[in-house]
Design a protein around this ligand. Sequence first.
Ligand code: BDR
Ligand code: CA
Length: 319
Amino acid sequence: MAKHKLIIDCDTGTDDAVALMLAALHPEIDLIGVTTVFGNAPLTATTANSISVLDLIGRSSIPVHAGMPRPLVRKTMPSERFFKTDTTADPHGTYLDIPRSSRQATSNRAVDWLIETYRNATEPITLMPIGPLTNIAAAVAQEPKFAEWVPRLIIMGGGHEVPNMTPSAEFNVWADPEAAASVFEAGFKDVLMVPLDATHRALVTAEQCAALGALGTPAGKATETFVTRRINSYEEMQKMDIPNSAPVHDALCVAALVEPDIITTRRHHVAVETTGTLTLGRTVVDTHFRGGKEPNAAVAFDANAQRFVDLMMEIFAKS
Ligand code: BDR
Ligand code: CA
């Protein structure tokens, strides 16, 4: 029996896609469902991408529930162009380069599904948000006991020394700062935050990407396609320390679920800036315990890059 029951909340996206495949194919994980949110692309595309990825690897029995199409409070972040609903054209490259599934979302009520699933859970189910935190914040707002019911929350988001959206903010948190702030304040009992500081320590190189593709499996070949797209865009916009490489942020969360030692963490208090203009969406990690508040999260600062790639090689070799 799989050791970890898991729900992934995602905005698929190339790195979300790798995370979904790693979770769906790992023998120690039972991915019981996927919820989607706007983020890397409009909700229609993140939902279609999630379904298409699962179908590609033969996991069409995993339900996908569509969630929030916009931030909780703000109308236009991350940018108006993300909120276009046209699914026929793809002017911004928001669809993944894999066959588009005709499967529809199981429901468009992801927040209700999350609440009901945790209300009725008889075993621990880890919740892993790897997109903007809108669905999770909506569940917290709708059901006061939601945070209490979730045994473990693993968040890909934030950055202490490493930003990627503005000089001080990471995309998932910046895309809905009010939602992120409420999640960190909600009292979840076990929070692991995997920020850019850790994901940028687990870069995947073009050579490793080719080796994943050479496995010849659907997951291996798709990972090569997705990560190559990431490497190309990082080469163009934000060169990494290792030439021709890219972080695959979201997949590192899945790796950390099954192999906790793959990351190095410290416990700190984390809050989110929701008012500053320069610092909007910044995760304020109290690394030097200046704020007088108890730690509310384990924060990952480092990662084992080689083990991360080896894990993907092992799991994607099989399917
Ligand atoms: C996060 O933002 C998204 O672009 C990625 O999918 C990842 O979840 C990294 O900042
Ligand atoms: Ca994501």
